[in-house]
Design a protein. Structure first.
Lengths: 114, 114
């Protein structure tokens, strides 16, 4: 079983719509959750992080965390063609070494159509 | 400006050759990481280091070696033992501790076997 799971997509939404990206994780000890955006051929860039249950908003982006369900999501409001990218979910790993290093999902490709 | 620099951007390796990828950061981060990304796939951890002169194997360390002689530098050597080295290599760094702040990634090195 994968530790961090994402639907690879592609997820296609029209311009101006809400894009909803989902991620589940298996380690109940995980404390911190991150969303990265990766454009084709480029390196990932951090766009959101969340530590507490509930919602966290930053501009057009909202991260949602439900630790009981081991589920984290990213909503993108008013989607733009420039949002077209792969979105990586990352979760802290608190295995035997307690390093806090991140475990990444495979990413969801988002396509925003004009 | 603080950041993390990878070089070269593109690298070509002949069969049987060892090559070294450079990663330097001036963010005063404690931890550094090397990931490999293959087309359409997520990030796979090769090696990581949380402190100078210490490093740990990740999920796919075979055929790779690293050193951490300075806090700022974490070079990766791809040895001839790595049979399929063609991939996009990403270096990342972060503060380490109970509440990680996410990774900062370099711009990546694209390695091709010729």
């Amino acid at each position: 079983q994968k530790e961090v799971e994402q639907n690879s997509g592609p997820l296609s939404v029209p311009e101006g719509a809400i894009a909803s990206l989902n991620c589940t994780y298996s380690d109940r000890g995980s404390q911190s959750f991150f969303w990265y955006r990766q454009y084709s051929g480029k390196s990932p860039e951090l766009i959101m992080f969340i530590y507490s249950n509930g919602d966290k908003e930053d501009g057009r982006f909202t991260a949602q965390l439900n630790k009981a369900s081991q589920y984290v999501s990213l909503l993108i409001r008013d989607s733009q063609p420039s949002d077209s990218a792969t979105y990586l979910c990352a979760v802290t790993s608190h295995g035997s070494s307690n390093t806090g290093k991140l475990i990444f999902g495979q990413g969801t490709t988002l396509q925003v159509k004009p | 400006d603080g950041g993390i620099t990878q070089s070269p951007k593109y690298l070509f390796r002949k069969e049987g050759q060892n090559v070294t990828l450079s990663c330097e950061q001036n963010l005063n981060h404690d931890a550094m990481y090397w990931y490999r990304q293959d087309p359409g796939q997520g990030l796979r951890l090769i090696y990581y280091s949380q402190i100078v002169n210490d490093f740990q194997k990740g999920d796919i360390a075979e055929g790779y070696s690293v050193s951490r002689e300075k806090k700022e530098s974490f070079p990766l050597t791809v040895t001839s033992a790595q049979k399929n080295p063609t991939a996009f290599y990403l270096c990342a760094s972060s503060f380490s501790g109970v509440e990680p702040y996410g990774y900062t990634f370099g711009s990546g090195t694209r390695l091709t076997v010729v």
